[in-house]
Design a protein around this ligand. Structure first.
Ligand code: UD1
Ligand code: CA
Length: 482
């Protein structure tokens, strides 16, 4: 790859993207967890160019800020008015000091499916054929809107690219189109760009005119026919945005499956480019895996689960769960119907069960919170069992407080742990307790009202009611039996 290392890559991303009908600039729309321009910059980086510059214009500050945050070190050039792709490349080259020796690759910021491998193949063809310019082309089922590749009927050599709006009816029949991706000789490009006119239906400086200019001057013009036309899909509206997401998602899941991940129903699973898997992990239908989510070996997630920046340990099980920035140890389990919020850490074989919400909570190895509970701002030791319907009362209306529970505890059902509070190792608590004071290790804590039975109350206060009749019948049966 480094043999064909380009001197520079210029990414064109100044256009407005009117057809998106959006307040967000087109290239900042996202698919699979990355912006459109981000996908292009990532692919371009695989070429390892000496310089990379993104030409921004419409909402340029937002695009620049986004690139600085996500792709630090990316240079940008500002194109104040969008006078065409040729003009945009001139602005990009000016940022790099005007003339660049070596190969300059140009790509559009709205083709997110373009792979680094395809760019590498283009650079290799360009170098091997000794071309002044090489255009990446593709045969598409519907070439409407694209620039058409015009070839010499005798030699088959590329003679020109004609934009859809400028094409004759015969040229519109051509199915081979310009992907908008080129490799140029940097010197010849800079020179040719000074000669591009605005004499066309859109009154713009077309980068595509450079081909004709170089050819007329006797230079070699070549084409690299891309294998998969879906790779060069340009996004102009939200229908194409959804289509691109589907295609990229398919590609990502295929890669995962070939690496040993079982994806039961790929059509209903959505993943981001940043998700990582180990072999023998399993993804069930209706699952979204987002951000830096990682599934370790044998982990099983879904159905109907959304994990964001969440790490699932080996053999762990996550079912019908929403988790964000959570960490599950090996063999841990969550759900069905758990909500794990940021800072949840389940130790090995720990459990967050049905209708359990956790936040900023470290749950020790083998500890279980099986049913209907909220655990917020807490540390729980190992092999403890938290009774059903317990609440860690962490908020006093002004500040959050922490609860610490030891190892090997058995807390009763329906407990409130009113933070800040500490429960020692090996403690039992009675059902229905409101624990407001620390509990020393090994104690039984009982914190609830004593039960009183007022006998005969129903017969006196609710005479003739169904309850009273039932009570009378029960008394008679008991007497009869004796
Ligand atoms: C362009 C090509 C066409 C090709 C198609 C592939 C030209 C003249 N036409 O057409 O042959 O088939 O891409 O998708 O090159 N941009 C700027 N500054 C400008 C104008 C455009 O940065 O002044 C950027 C846009 O943001 C976009 C890219 O260049 O990322 C392409 O521009 P667009 O207007 O979408 O060109 P197309 O009409 O699609
Ligand atoms: Ca376009």
């Amino acid at each position: 790859m480094s043999a064909n290392r380009p001197a520079a890559v210029v990414v064109l991303a100044a256009g407005e993207g009117t057809r998106m009908k959006s307040n967000t600039p087109k290239v900042l729309h996202e698919i699979c967890g990355r912006s459109l321009v981000g996908h292009v910059v990532s692919a371009a980086r695989e070429l390892d160019p000496r310089e990379l510059v993104v030409v921004v214009g419409h909402a340029g500050e937002r695009v620049t800020a986004h690139l600085e945050e996500r792709f630090p070190g990316t240079r940008t050039a500002f194109q104040a008015e969008q006078n065409g792709t040729g003009h945009a490349v001139r602005i990009g080259l000016a940022e790099l000091g005007g003339v660049t020796d070596g190969t300059v690759v140009v790509v559009c910021g709205d083709t997110p499916l373009l792979s680094g491998a395809t760019l590498t193949a283009l650079a290799a063809t360009h170098a091997a054929d000794g071309n002044a310019v090489t255009v990446l082309t593709a045969e598409v089922p519907d070439s409407t809107g694209y620039g058409r590749i015009v070839r010499s009927p005798e030699t088959g050599a590329v003679t020109a690219i004609v934009e859809h709006k400028d094409a004759t009816p015969a040229q519109r029949e051509i199915r081979e189109i310009n992907s908008g991706v080129f490799a140029f000789d940097g010197r010849l490009l800079a020179e040719a760009l000074t000669r591009v006119s605005t004499d066309n239906s859109q009154g713009e400086e077309y980068l595509t005119d450079v081909l004709g200019i170089l050819r007329s001057a006797g230079h070699r013009v070549g084409a690299c026919v891309g294998g998969d036309h879906r790779e060069i899909l340009g996004i102009n509206n939200r229908v194409q945005l959804a289509e691109a997401r589907r295609l990229l998602n398919e590609r990502l899941l295929e890669r995962a499956m070939l690496a040993g991940v079982t994806v039961v129903d790929p059509a209903s699973v959505q993943i981001d480019v940043t998700v990582t898997f180990e072999p023998d992990s399993v993804v069930h239908p209706g699952t979204q895996l987002l951000g830096a989510t990682h599934l370790a070996e044998g982990a099983e997630v879904g159905p109907n689960t959304r994990l964001t920046d969440t790490s699932v340990g080996a053999g762990a099980r996550v079912d019908n769960t929403v988790a964000d920035r959570a960490e599950l140890g090996p063999g841990a389990s969550a759900g069905p119907y758990a909500y794990l919020r940021p800072g949840t850490r389940l130790g090995a074989r720990a459990k967050a069960g049905t209708y359990v919400e956790m936040k900023n909570a470290a749950i020790g190895e083998g500890t279980k919170v099986p049913h209907l509970s909220y655990v917020g701002d807490a540390t729980i030791g190992e092999y403890t069992n938290i009774g059903a319907a317990s609440v860690f009362v962490n908020y006093d209306g002004e500040a959050k407080h922490h609860t610490t529970i030891g190892s090997h505890c058995r807390t009763g059902a329906d407990n409130m742990f009113v933070a800040p509070v500490t429960v020692g190792d090996g403690v039992y608590t009675a059902a229905g307790s409101v624990i407001t004071k620390d509990v020393p290790a090994g104690s039984l804590a009982v914190a609830r009202g004593q039960q009183r039975n007022i006998e005969g109350w129903v017969a006196r206060k609710r005479p003739a009611s169904a309850a009273a009749q039932a009570a009378t019948a029960a008394t008679e049966r008991a007497t009869g039996e004796n």
